[in-house]
Structures are given as C-alpha cells and as structure tokens.
Design a protein around this ligand. Structure first.
Ligand SMILES: *Cc1c(COP(=O)(O)O)cnc(C)c1O
Length: 391
C-alpha cells in the first residue's frame, strides 16, 4: 500500500466495520408530495411518519407566498454575516416578533439549532466552568460541551437526585460557574423533563440554565409557545425553525444582556452568513400563524394520545413517550430493521433508529406525528403495526 493509501486506510476500516455491524447508513432521496405528508421514493408512494414538520407548515401557502415575496424584494441571499452587512431590517423585525410571541426580553436568530447548541455552550463557559447535561441530550449539545473547555459531566436521564449530587460536588470545587443543560422533549424517546424541578435546582445552586425546546415550540403550550414558556429561571431557551415552524434556522430566547453577549462572543452566530430572505419571509408568516392554530393543536394532541394508546394495545412498548414523538421500541437491531422494511412494503415511511443513536438493546421505529396526518394515514399505520404483531 502506498503511504497515501495507508494514511486513508482508516476510512475503509471504519466503513467496513459499520458494514459488518449492519449499521452503515446511506442517503435515500425522495420527493415530497403536495402536502409534504405523502412522499414518493423510487416511484412508490409512502406516508411519511418520520418528518418533523409537526404542523405541516413546510408546504403552507402563506409561508410559500411570503418566502416568494421576500425573495423578490430582498434577494435570495443575505450576502454577509450578521455583524458585517447581513443584518437586514427583516432579521431584526423577525427577532422582535419572536421575542413578543414568547414573551421574552430578547430573541436571537441562528442558522440552525445544531449551530446554536454546538457553539453557545462554549461561549457561556471556560476552562474553569462546569457543564452538567442530561445524558439523553441532543448530539448538538454534546458537541457543544465537548468544544468548550469546561469540565463536562452528564447526569442520568431526568434523574434529579443525580443532578443534585453533581451540583453539590461542583459547588464544593471552585468552578467559576455551573451551566445546567437539558431539554423539554427528548428527541429519541418523546418523553419530557420535569422542568420545574430543574429550575429549582438551578436556583438552589445558582447555576445557569440552558433549555432546548426544539420539539415543543409551535406544538405544546398555550398558543404554541413551548414548554419552557414563562419559566423565569431559564436563562436561555433554544427553539428550532426546522421542525414545527416548517422552514429552517433557529432562535434563542434570553435577556437583552445575554443576547448582546452572544452577538459578541458566540462563534456560531458571528462567523456565518445570515439567514437568507426567503427563509426569513417564511418564518415571518409562520410566527403570524402559529399562535392562531389553537384548535388544530387541540385536535393534534388528541390524535397523538389516541394513536399511542392504540399502539400500546397492540402490545408495543412506547417507553416514556408523552408527545408527538412515539418510539416503537423493539430492542433487537435486526428485528427493528425488518419491521421498518415491512412498514415500507405497506406504504409507511418510518426510520429504524439503532445504537449508538439510542442505548444498546433499545432499537426502535421512531414515529413522528404531524397535524396534517389524516385519519386514513393513521389507519394505514395502525393496520400495518397490528399485522406485524399478529404475523
Ligand atoms: C433537531 C434538534 C436540534 C437541531 O436543530 P436544527 O435546527 O435541525 O439544527 C437541536 N436540538 C434538538 C433537541 C433537536 O431535536
């Protein structure tokens, strides 16, 4: 082998190992249909049960229309980062509208939740700080903690006693500050945290608190304002625009002071091109729309509860799910893949999630429900699951 080939051998090895483990991932392109719910892949129609388009806004006429308007008026790119010439009045107007909707002092736009999470934690800490994050936190938060120079520990999932022990230990050392990181709704299990309990601990140990509300904004809480709404003890709340908001980007809710601090010190905000005008347009329309979807949300929440009960009645384990994310936990990797194939053969698109994304022996089909799923879509899904368990 040449030296050059030898240097690159690790790539073949890693891919080979993944293949042997049957865990090699590949991209599977599809085309979304008119409503985004029915998709086609290789000419086959499928009902999508794995998208995060919770309110179906990605195809909403109002969002499309304003995206077009903004593209015509402001162009398709913002052509610079926010601190150079990329802050248009449409960006600051959107930030004001977001802050108003969420009753926050300030809002700051980011290009994605991943970019925000992976760079905010390092901005808030240094080598003398301590970060304590829930073990099931999203990978972007894990990356953020690893990129920081802070000491980093993870507390057992939703385990407040464990968190308190780590806080106590942390207080006895001379950290300059402690940052607690958690989520409201966890991505892989669809379960929730006890945010009030986390807030009480943050208060008692004088810690900073960062809460990722990505799966709740737009979906849960009065007027879709999420599950961290009106929790004054939360210092920073992250919301994404890529899920219920139907478009792209993210935002952080915080005080004016923290916003000013992030504008000056957060690399993921500073060193990147500002969100493009068509996206800002779509988001502007989404912010107008979301608080008005109360009736739709009520109906949506009922559909989720009924569906979860039905899946449980068929004998499937849905773990701690209390939201629109419903894991059908199978355990065994291969059996989970077989179920995913069976579902696809029967017109349902749902992805198998396997370790290391989830803990060993908890492979699952992760279902996500949209308010745009019709009764016939849900029927199709439940029939397929029932047939699998009978067969
Ligand atoms: C999706 C998600 C993110 C990332 O948001 P993007 O805007 O898609 O980059 C962050 N945190 C959680 C919990 C998520 O589910």
């Amino acid at each position: 082998m040449s030296e050059r080939a030898q240097q690159r051998h690790f790539i073949d090895q890693a891919l080979e190992l993944r293949t042997q483990e049957d865990r090699l991932r590949t991209l599977q392109p599809l085309n979304p249909g008119e409503d985004g719910i029915e998709v086609t892949r290789d000419g086959v129609n499928l009902v999508n049960f794995c998208s995060n388009d919770y309110l179906g806004l990605s195809h909403h006429p109002k969002l499309r229309e304003r995206a077009r308007q903004y593209a015509d008026k402001y162009g398709v790119g913002s052509a610079a980062s926010r601190l150079i010439s990329g802050t248009y009045t449409i960006h600051t107007r959107l930030e004001r509208k977001i802050a108003e909707l969420f009753n926050a002092e300030a809002a700051l736009l980011f290009n994605s939740g991943f970019q925000a999470n992976s760079t905010i934690l390092q901005a808030l800490t240094d080598r003398n700080s301590l970060i304590l994050a829930d073990k099931r936190s999203h990978n972007s938060l894990l990356q953020g903690a690893l990129l920081s120079r802070a000491t980093f520990h993870r507390f057992n999932h939703n385990d407040m006693e464990h968190l308190e022990r780590l806080l106590e230990k942390g207080t006895s050392r001379s950290y300059n500050r402690i940052l607690i990181v958690t989520e409201t709704v966890f991505s892989m299990d669809g379960d929730r945290s006890d945010l009030e309990a986390v807030c009480r601990l943050a208060e008692r140990y004088e810690a900073l608190l960062f809460v990722d509300d990505a799966h709740a904004v737009g979906v849960w809480g009065e007027r879709g304002r999420g599950l961290a709404f009106d929790q004054p003890r939360v210092d920073l709340t992250l919301g994404t625009f890529g899920k219920a908001f139907g478009a792209f980007g993210a935002f952080v809710l915080c005080s004016e002071k923290i916003k000013q601090y992030l504008v000056n010190f957060c690399p993921g905000f500073i060193y990147t091109t500002a969100l493009p005008p068509p996206v800002v347009g779509a988001l502007d329309a989404a912010v107008d729309l979301i608080p008005r979807l109360e009736a739709e949300r009520t109906r949506y929440h009922q559909i989720i509860t009924t569906l979860r009960q039905q899946i449980n009645e068929y004998g499937f384990d849905t773990g701690g799910s209390a939201t629109q994310i419903i894991p059908v936990i199978i355990g065994d990797d291969r059996e989970t893949l077989q179920l995913a194939d069976f579902m696809e053969e029967n017109g349902i698109l749902a992805t198998a999630i396997r370790p290391p994304t989830v803990p060993e022996n908890s492979a699952r089909i992760r279902l996500t429900i949209s308010s745009k799923h019709q009764a016939r879509h849900i029927d199709q899904l439940t029939k397929v699951l029932r047939r699998w368990n009978e067969g």
